[in-house]
Design a protein around this ligand. Structure first.
Ligand code: TXA
Ligand code: MG
Length: 364
């Protein structure tokens, strides 16, 4: 059991304390920190024993490689051995930001960081605290999402503490993150870029900069459990809540009806249900419940998580992981979530919903 220090960005003399944490990080300690996507659990990427503490703290299989975070382009030089011209254009367009690039690695990068691969994932986060921490530490920082392996990625400092208190040296609590889904992972070692994990930076946005972009087939399929995954993270069960999660796709009336019927059946079985609903459909669903259920029964059995408009999915994306955890905290047996069209951020959102539901997606 470690003695975990928690530092809040609102704490007295935050900048001074951040310097101390950065020094600890450089010297081999584990420090969890906020980024714009999700919280990361950082360790010095060039220090094998620090890296092993990340895997131990998370309970993560050590063949699943880590993303290395940098504060500036100078740090890239010790990490990668080749950068294609089109990758330079993508870095200029999207860094700092929610995209990790896969490059051929340098010998300096320990294979424990890369899960034995000859490539390394690198990201420059668009978050002041994250970049200040990395800059002050003076070393590249390997950081997977700061959750216990198999839990949803943490989007609030308190979720990091829930999972990792006593398992890491420090946690920096910077409140809620903005994007809420992990970065796009893009392989830039080939002729054209290939998306291995969808995120906020979309295929369309990448194509606009460099003319072409492929998407690895595994990110598209309902069953991402594949033995020959290019990105090792794809083959692990991820983001799964304790509750059973069902996802509904289709036209509004069909989805409303399916959610209503499933909720009703669950209530009859004395279960507690979390509903992840969009505004356009909740107004209809709410009326159905009002007409058929007493308020006492509704309050006892149903928890509603409003996801805003189906036409503006940034909010749903930023809340998904928080709401999955909160549904569990409410003791829900079942989560019924609105599926979304795989367009823009909807693609990353749907990818996470598919994983969290282990493929329980119902097309109405
Ligand atoms: O937004 C993010 O990327 C967050 C924050 C903390 O930056 N980090 C994150 O890390 O999501 P993690 O470890 O949870 O996910 C890293 C993903 C995994 O799916 C892993 O398999 C993939 O990136 N990856 C890492 N290195 C790779 C490599 N060399 N080749 C292919 N995939 C790689
Ligand atoms: Mg993760």
């Amino acid at each position: 059991m470690k003695e975990t220090m928690i530092l809040k960005v609102s704490d007295f003399a935050f900048e001074e304390k951040l310097k101390i944490l950065a020094k600890m990080l450089a010297e081999g300690k584990t420090v969890a920190f906020p980024t714009e996507t999700v919280y990361g659990l950082g360790a010095n990427a060039l220090d094998e024993s620090a890296i092993s503490q990340i895997y131990a703290a998370k309970g993560r299989p050590s063949d699943n490689p880590l993303i290395v975070h940098i504060a500036d382009l100078e740090m890239l030089e010790v990490l990668v051995s080749e950068i294609k011209p089109y990758a330079k254009a993508l870095m200029a367009a999207f860094w700092p930001g929610p995209i990790a690039f896969i490059f051929k690695k340098c010998d300096r990068v320990p294979t424990s960081v890369t899960g034995g691969l000859d490539t390394v994932a690198v990201r420059m986060p668009d978050h002041e605290v994250a970049r200040a921490l990395i800059r002050l530490s003076g070393v590249p920082v390997a950081a997977p999402s700061a959750n216990l392996s198999g839990k949803p990625s943490p989007t609030l400092g308190r979720f990091v503490a829930e999972d990792l208190f006593g398992r890491v040296d420090c946690i920096i609590d910077g409140g809620a993150v903005s994007v809420g889904l992990e970065s796009t992972v893009l392989d830039v070692t080939g002729e054209i870029p290939v998306i291995l994990r969808p995120g906020k930076i979309t295929k369309e946005a990448i194509s606009e900069v460099v003319g072409a972009c492929d998407v690895d087939a595994a990110t598209e399929s309902l069953s991402e459990v594949t033995m020959v995954a290019k990105s090792p993270g794809m083959k692990y069960k991820h983001y799964a809540p304790n509750a059973t999660l069902h996802v509904y796709l289709g036209d509004a009336m069909g989805v409303v009806k399916a959610m209503y019927e499933k909720t009703e059946a669950a209530i009859r079985a004395n279960q507690k249900v979390a509903l992840f609903v969009v505004d356009e459909e909740w107004c209809v669903l709410e009326k159905l419940f009002e007409n058929t259920l007493s308020k006492a029964d509704f309050d006892k059995h149903v928890v509603v998580f409003s996801q805003g408009s189906i036409k503006a999915l940034d909010r749903y994306a930023s809340q998904l992981f928080r709401d999955l955890r909160d549904a569990d905290a409410h003791g829900c047996d079942l989560i019924l979530a609105r599926g979304v069209e795989a367009e823009g951020i909807g693609k990353a959102l749907m990818n996470r919903l598919i994983k969290a539901s282990e493929g329980s997606v119902f097309k109405i």
